[in-house]
Design a protein around this ligand. Structure first.
Ligand code: HEM
Length: 335
């Protein structure tokens, strides 16, 4: 599909979604069987081999969220970083020199200890059965629920990869890219423009280090004391006060930072996107109309987020002999 026709298709879809949603909740024709896309992942994959898998993940995520609620956004991001490099194969968890986890792009990733804790409990109950890749998928879904986002049914059966290369993680978007670059990057993962705009809405929760946006505040494009003119002046003042050190944190969603809602898109209308890539989604002609639709229809965002997260979790999945079930998520098996 050409970009312009693909955009009108997505816009039409978004505009019609409220009606389609009603049909879906009424059990209407819009309902798509989860497994009718031909892959071998299955919602009942662990039904016999580890029936308590999802219950263990759910209770562990609830526990860690109560200890530190900021871990939940961290887990959603961890899942994205896993799937975006070599597919959803838990390669991000491998803790070897030269691996993705040791790349500078991964420096602020969080939640590794939560995955380790879940894996340890699952190995006690169902040894050598559940992949770390599936644990990440389930953990990201339950972390989304913890911050007030939607529930969706996952399919499972992914295998864990044996390869992790730091240099490949460098390709992950860092917040300074063009929209064309982001569209191409998402396309390389099998995701489309709608997925890009909707999944960027994950920035409705969580935080960034000031280092990631310092270049927008000072010496923008190399001009001393210049700031990115696309930032709302009052928001710019706030950011300058908040970001006195590169290691300080600032909320990705300036208005409702801990709540999963569509305020992220409404902030873009007010030129209050934290990352330049966030704000560009609003101004670019290919993504702007989708931002406008999502900022005016909160339920559409919530519903489409669940769909796009399922698409994300389908990225280049390993099955059967292509991968293994790691016993420790941090290392490949030795036997
Ligand atoms: C579209 C391209 C994307 C770019 C350029 C991007 C960039 C970033 C950056 C720069 C940060 C802050 C890193 C730091 O300074 O510590 C961040 C945080 C975050 N990102 Fe993204 N991201 C993108 C897509 C996504 C997607 C698809 C998801 C999930 C589905 C996601 C979820 C998150 C979350 C939840 C955080 C906050 C993490 C925390 O609080 O620890 N991002 N992102």
């Amino acid at each position: 599909m050409k970009p312009s026709s693909s955009l009108s298709f997505h816009l039409l879809l978004l505009l019609l979604l409220p009606q389609l949603l009603m049909a879906e909740y009424a059990g209407g024709p819009y309902q798509k069987a989860p497994d009718d896309d031909g892959d071998k992942l299955d919602k009942h994959y662990y039904a016999r081999s580890c029936p308590s898998f999802e219950a263990i993940v759910g209770s562990k995520i609830a526990h860690w969220h109560s200890v530190d609620p900021t871990l939940s956004p961290g887990l959603i991001r961890l899942h994205f970083h896993d799937c975006a490099v070599r597919g959803c194969d838990a390669s991000i968890l491998l803790d070897n020199p030269g691996g993705e986890r040791r790349s500078p792009v991964s420096a602020t990733l969080r939640g590794f200890h939560v995955i380790d804790d879940i894996k340890a409990e699952i190995e006690r109950r169902c040894p050598k059965t559940v992949s770390c890749a599936d644990i990440l998928v389930a953990a990201a879904r339950d972390a989304t629920l913890m911050v007030g986002g939607p529930y969706w049914g996952n399919v499972y059966g992914r295998r864990d990869g044996r390869v992790s290369i730091a240099q490949q993680a460098e390709a992950l978007p860092k917040g300074r890219e063009s929209i064309t670059h982001l569209i191409d990057f998402f396309e390389s993962m099998g995701l489309d423009i709608l997925d890009l705009v909707v999944l960027s809405g994950a920035h409705t929760v969580g935080r960034a280090t000031c280092q990631s946006i310092q270049y927008r505040l000072y010496n923008y494009t190399g001009v001393p004391s210049k700031s990115d003119p696309s930032i709302n002046p009052r928001y710019l003042n706030y950011l300058k006060r908040k970001c006195r050190w590169p290691s300080a944190y600032v909320d990705l969603d300036a208005t409702t930072p801990t709540k999963f809602d569509n305020a992220y898109y409404r902030n873009l209308d007010n030129r209050m996107g934290l990352l330049s890539t966030d704000q560009l989604l609003h101004s670019d002609s290919r993504t702007g109309p989708l931002v406008a639709a999502l900022s005016s229809q909160p339920m559409v965002f919530v519903h489409q987020f669940a769909r796009s997260m399922k698409n994300l979790a389908d990225t280049m999945v390993l099955e059967g002999d292509e991968g293994e079930i790691r016993t420790n998520c941090n290392f490949v098996n030795e036997y």
